[in-house]
Write a protein that binds this ligand. Structure first.
Ligand code: ADP
Length: 289
C-alpha cells in the first residue's frame, strides 16, 4: 500500500503515519525527518537545507525528490509506504508521478487531514511543551513566527495539491479535528472503501491480540494442572492402598471363599476410606489391624 498524508503543520500527519505504520506494516517516509537527519549529520543536502528549514521555507524540489526516490528503492519500502510531508508542491507531485511510473508502482490514496487553522498554533505549542517535558530537543522551526511562515508556505505551495489529487480521483479528506484514534479509524475505513487494504487488516490487530489470548489459555491450563495433580492420590494414600491389597492377599490364603469375600470387602472399604480420609487415619487403621 502506498499513500500520501497531506495536511498543514500540526495537522497530525506524523502521529497518524506512525499509527498506520504499526497497523499495516509499512514504512513512514517523512521528508522533514530525513532532512533533519541530513542537517544533523552535516551532509551536503543537510548544509543546503539547514537555513531554508530554519526559516520555514521549502527545500528545492530536486533535493527532496532525489531523497525520496532513493528511499523508495530501499528493501523495507517494498511492502508499501506512507509519504509524510512529501509532495509539498505541484512540481514534487508531478515528479512523484513520474518516478512511481518508472518504478512500476501505484499510488493507492492521498489522505488529506483537514483542521481548523486556529487549532494549529496551540497544537504545535502543546507538542513543543511535551517535547521539553520529555527532555527532547525542540525543532528550531517550532516557534510561532516560523510556524506562521510554514503555514503560509503550505497555503501557497502545498494546498494546490488538494486540487491536483482530487482531479486525479485520489483524494480522501478526513476531519483532522477528531480524537487521534477516531482519525485513525476514519483513515482505515477510507482505505477499506478504496480497496487499498484487505478487510483482514482488521484481523491484524486481532492477530496481535492472539498471543495475549494464547498466554491466557496457557495460564488457565497451568492453573488447572496443579488441580489435576491434587486429584491424583498422594504417596501415602498409595501406600495405604497397597497395604489393603496385601491384606486381601493374606485373607485369601487364610480363610475360605466366603471369608475371602468378606475380607475383600473390608479391604476395599479400607481403600476407599483411605483415599478419602487421607494418610493419617489410614496409618491409625493399619496400626489397629
Ligand atoms: P511540518 O509538516 O510540521 O511543517 P516537516 O517535518 O514535514 O514539518 O518539515 C519540516 C521542514 O522541512 C519544512 O518546513 C521544510 O522546510 C522542509 N521540508 C520537508 N519536506 C519538504 C518537502 N517535501 N519539500 C520541501 N521542503 C520540505
Amino acid at each position: 500500500m502506498r499513500i500520501i498524508l497531506l495536511g498543514p503543520p500540526g495537522s497530525g500527519k506524523g502521529t497518524q503515519a506512525q499509527l498506520l505504520v504499526q497497523r499495516y506494516g509499512i514504512v513512514q517516509l517523512s521528508t522533514g525527518e530525513m532532512l533533519r537527519a541530513a542537517v544533523a549529520a552535516g551532509t551536503p543536502v543537510g548544509l543546503k537545507a539547514k537555513e531554508i528549514m530554519a526559516g520555514g521555507g521549502l527545500v528545492p524540489d530536486d533535493v527532496v525528490v532525489g531523497i525520496i526516490s532513493d528511499r523508495i528503492d530501499q528493501p523495507d519500502a517494498r511492502n508499501g509506504f506512507i509519504l509524510d510531508g512529501f509532495p509539498r508542491t505541484v512540481g514534487q507531485a508531478e515528479a512523484l508521478d513520474e518516478l512511481l511510473k518508472h518504478k512500476h508502482l501505484k499510488l493507492d490514496a492521498v489522505i488529506e487531514l483537514r483542521v481548523n487553522e486556529s487549532a494549529l498554533l496551540s497544537r504545535v505549542e502543546t507538542r513543543v511543551a511535551q517535547m521539553r517535558e520529555r527532555g527532547e530537543e525542540v525543532r528550531v522551526d517550532d516557534t510561532p513566527e516560523v510556524l506562521t511562515k510554514r503555514l503560509a508556505s503550505y497555503r501557497s505551495q502545498t494546498e494546490p495539491l488538494i486540487h491536483y489529487y482530487s482531479e486525479r480521483r485520489k483524494l480522501s479528506t478526513i476531519d483532522g479535528m477528531m480524537a487521534i484514534d477516531e482519525v485513525t479509524r476514519a483513515i482505515h475505513r477510507q482505505l477499506l472503501a478504496l480497496g487499498a487494504v484487505e478487510p483482514k487488516t482488521h484481523a491484524r490487530s486481532a492477530a496481535k491480540a492472539a498471543p495475549a489470548k494464547k498466554a491466557k489459555a496457557a495460564k488457565k491450563k497451568a492453573a488447572k494442572k496443579p488441580a489435576k495433580a491434587a486429584k491424583r492420590p498422594s504417596k501415602s494414600t498409595k501406600t495405604a492402598k497397597k497395604a489393603a491389597k496385601q491384606a486381601v492377599k493374606g485373607a485369601k490364603k487364610a480363610v475360605k471363599k466366603t471369608v475371602k469375600k468378606a475380607a475383600k470387602k473390608t479391604a476395599k472399604t479400607a481403600v476407599k476410606k483411605a483415599s478419602k480420609k487421607g494418610p493419617k487415619k489410614v496409618t491409625k487403621k493399619r496400626a489397629k489391624r
